[in-house]
Ligand binder design. Structure first.
Ligand SMILES: [Mg+2]
Length: 275
């Protein structure tokens, strides 16, 4: 690749899912740090787009660093941020929002000027955001139900049924969101992958052209479709069979995808006379 092309490929984004791509549960997937480095050295922009809403952005950046990947906070996009942005678009500054979830959601709400409220506070709220919450219980379900019946907006971070861990999977956000939807009879607006709120954050922060890399056709693959970008499937997460995945590129893991991603970026640059 010539020096000119390298400068131009900085406009091409590789949007990486985290769970199942960079790590699986607590285990780092071998070769992922080297793969990120290789993509960046070729002049591509790498971003991290996760439906996991639990951790604050600083904790995700720290975890990436421990996995051997340097990242700016602005390069990390979560479903918590997408849900908070969506909630802010319908509520006034300072409005109280019930959090059925963890600190990632509270931080994202505060960042957009809304007031996160815990389920035991008893405060009246204008919105409810539900996501993965490992302390979820009957009282939280009841608080969400009462708020929604009182007219609060209901937004879910994501509806992933499960969360991949080292030795299998645990219940995901979708199981909690379904409990609230079943009790209240109200379906949420969903903000995370593959829905438009997180796609808007990807376009705004990472760019207009790129490839989505992930382990789930129903979220990562569908996000690629929302963005109009190709989808690259890795088999290092929850999907073991590439058939019917709709993926444009498939590899065992991120390391195995690097040559094909560089090829896709090169073709995008040479196909666009405006660059
Ligand atoms: Mg994943």
């Amino acid at each position: 690749m010539s020096g000119t092309d390298e400068a131009k490929t900085a406009d091409f984004t590789i949007a990486l899912d985290l769970d199942g791509v960079v790590w699986r549960g607590r285990r780092v997937i071998p070769g992922s740090a080297e793969a990120v480095l290789a993509l960046r050295e070729a002049g591509l922009r790498v971003g991290f787009v996760s439906n996991n809403s639990t951790a604050p952005i600083g904790a995700v950046v720290d975890r990436l660093r421990r996995a051997g990947v340097e990242a700016e906070p602005s390069e990390v996009i979560t479903s918590a941020q997408a849900a908070a942005a969506q909630m802010r678009s319908v509520l006034p500054e300072g409005a109280a929002v019930l959090v059925v979830g963890e600190t990632g959601i509270s931080e994202a709400l505060a960042d957009v000027g809304l007031s996160p409220v815990a389920s035991h506070s008893g405060r009246r709220v204008a919105g409810v955001i539900a996501g993965l919450d490992t302390a979820f219980d009957y009282a939280a379900l009841d608080a969400a139900l009462q708020a929604i019946w009182s007219g609060a907006r209901f937004i879910a971070t994501n509806t992933d049924p499960t969360l991949p861990v080292e030795d299998g999977a645990r219940p995901g956000s979708g199981a909690i969101v379904s409990a609230i939807a079943t009790a209240s009879g109200v379906d949420p607006h969903v903000a995370g992958k593959p829905h438009p709120p997180i796609a808007r954050l990807v376009r705004t922060r990472l760019g207009e052209t790129g490839v989505v890399v992930g382990d789930r056709p129903d979220t990562d693959g569908a996000l690629a479709e929302t963005l109009g970008w190709p989808f690259a499937l890795v088999l290092s997460g929850v999907t073991a069979d590439a058939r019917q995945s709709g993926a444009d590129i498939v590899a065992d893991d991120l390391r195995g995808l690097v040559p094909a991603l560089l090829g896709a970026a090169g073709r995008a640059v040479s196909a666009d006379p405006g660059r």
